[in-house]
Design a binder for this molecule. Sequence first.
Ligand SMILES: NC(=O)c1ccc[n+]([C@@H]2O[C@H](COP(=O)([O-])OP(=O)(O)OC[C@H]3O[C@@H](n4cnc5c(N)ncnc54)[C@H](O)[C@@H]3O)[C@@H](O)[C@H]2O)c1
Length: 348
Amino acid sequence: MNGKKLHCGIIGAGRIGRVHAETLAFRMPESQLVAIADPNCEAARAVAARCNIPKVAASPSEIIADPEIDAVLICSPTGTHADLIVQAARAGKHIFCEKPISFSLAAIDAALAAVKEAGVLLQIGFNRRFDANFMRVRHAIASGEIGTPNLLHIISRDPAPPPLSYIRASGGIFLDMTIHDFDMVRFLVGDEVEEIYTAGGVMVDPAIGEAGDLDTALILLRFRNGVIGTIDNSRKAVYGYDQRVEVFGSKGKIATENIYPNRAVVSTGQAIYTDLPLNFFMERYTESFVLELQSFIQAVIDQRPAPVSGIDGRIPVAMALAARKSYDEHRPVLLEEISGEKSLTDHS
Ligand SMILES: NC(=O)c1ccc[n+]([C@@H]2O[C@H](COP(=O)([O-])OP(=O)(O)OC[C@H]3O[C@@H](n4cnc5c(N)ncnc54)[C@H](O)[C@@H]3O)[C@@H](O)[C@H]2O)c1
């Protein structure tokens, strides 16, 4: 490490690369952003200019080989993550990697093995764990405030689908979008899901179906400890980003609402209404992105384990594969049917 500041490089200057670049540049005095790489040089240059990043590279290998860099943030498309983790680990860099680690459990296992061998820190980008609302729900469950949890419901609907080019490279709705909810249910309940049943459809855009994906899903989860849960996903909610949770327990329930840009209520002779919720993840989850990167940097500086580990990255991928298998085969799927499940906790 270079003195007390962690020197970081970003790989990928798209939507999330820009969010993390802005967080590091404007909200994180403990770090210094020294380089950004993207084969789309124009995108990299634009983020570099906005965030005062001195070096711009066309290839991630330049970031990984840069001796000035202590930690890399992998924000490129999902298909590139596992190989980049291996390369960065071998170069001795600490790694923050966006979700999901990979589409394949074998590739994840290879990446986690490289991280273990190199002794570097790896944190996965499940930012919602750092959201104040969801942290409060976790506290209510962990502290026994609502008694024994019985039922859990997550509503997670995007305001609009991403471009088809993104969808085609994303691994599909379960690996790209529901993956956050799979992580959230584990985080909230504090236990593992053992069975998944999925009903899904194409109700937003037939082109998403033609690309082999779904845009609407309802997923039923059965946990080892008996909790029953649902995840309700849509790629398009016309009223904006819909991100809610309710947990019902033996002593009560806890629920979170959407976040609004203001609290004003307009009353007229026809209706009483408010403005729409914050529109998408960049606005809704801003503070969680700051907290997750703060935790990453602090974990590296203090040489503590990452708050969201490689195994926390692996299990939701197994859940996503089970969800798709359930949809394809029209039946409940046990997590242990997904290849490699027996070693789910081997890497902790
Ligand atoms: N945590 C979150 O809330 C969140 C939100 C959005 C995306 N993501 C994840 O982040 C990743 C990127 O998503 P996005 O929405 O920013 O995509 P995007 O398409 O907006 O941006 C991806 C960028 O990576 C670049 N790129 C492609 N190959 C590259 C390579 N080999 N090296 C470096 N850069 C490369 C592209 O040119 C593009 O600029 C995905 O894995 C996605 O799942 C996470």
